[in-house]
Design a protein around this ligand. Structure first.
Ligand code: CA
Length: 225
């Protein structure tokens, strides 16, 4: 899961990012409300954690701009006051849930988990191509009916490639889907994962083509995505 954190307080932001990353989630952290829409248009986030009290435009305004563009990613708002007005305003602006500061990190994690589960239940829970199938909810992959064993990194790479089937994706895009902006494996590691995946999915009628100078393209044997 890839999360965008919007928080202008440095120590709060660091603590929140650490807590979210401890769950294996990729976290990008921005500090200004103005940066929310550009970031959300640039990357596909699964969830946004949005502080209400930001310098510049506040969290409500940032959220209003996001929803005005029909960007429907789930948003968990962090409010400093437990006021009914704030809560109503947040929900009316298009927040999916809210958490009152100060909160305990385990509670934040539980809210994020619950919210992403809810969002997943609405979205398709499966990626399919050829006879390859990834059940994202159960975290299980199959070729036909046969289970396919994947490491966590292989899972992440393959899920991203399948989600972008028919499009050329760069190693950098794969990397950024796996982890946050400032950590993680090298692009050489991506080549290793891709070659392992090719060996594992050879029977599935799915090809990961190398596009020299650009990256990879996933398609089935008839060239469909
Ligand atoms: Ca703040």
């Amino acid at each position: 899961m890839r999360i965008l954190l919007t928080e202008d307080d440095t120590s709060m932001g660091e603590a929140t990012r650490r807590a979210l990353r401890s769950q294996g989630w990729a976290v990008d952290w921005i500090e200004q409300g103005e940066a929310l829409v550009p970031a959300a248009r640039h990357e596909q986030y699964d969830l946004i954690v949005l502080d209400v009290g930001l310098s510049g435009i506040d969290g409500f305004e940032a959220l209003r701009r996001l929803r005005a563009l029909q960007i429907s990613v789930p948003v968990l708002m962090l409010t400093a006051r437990d006021s009914v007005e704030d809560r109503v305003r947040g929900l009316e602006t298009g927040a999916d849930d809210y958490l009152v500061k100060p909160f305990a990190m385990p509670e934040l994690i539980a809210r994020v988990r619950a919210l992403s589960r809810r969002a997943l239940a609405h979205a398709s829970n499966e990626l399919k191509l050829g006879s390859l199938r990834m059940d994202l909810g159960a975290k299980r992959a199959f070729i036909g009916d046969a289970p396919l064993q994947l490491s966590a990194r292989e899972w992440g790479v393959l899920a991203y490639l399948l989600s972008q089937a028919g499009k050329v994706v760069s190693k950098e895009q794969i990397l950024s889907a796996l982890v946050g902006w400032d950590e993680g494996p090298s692009s050489n590691a991506i080549e290793v994962y891709v070659s392992r995946l090719r060996a594992k999915i050879g029977e599935a009628g799915v090809t990961i083509r190398s596009i020299r100078g650009f990256g990879y393209l996933v398609e089935d044997e008839s060239g469909n995505a």
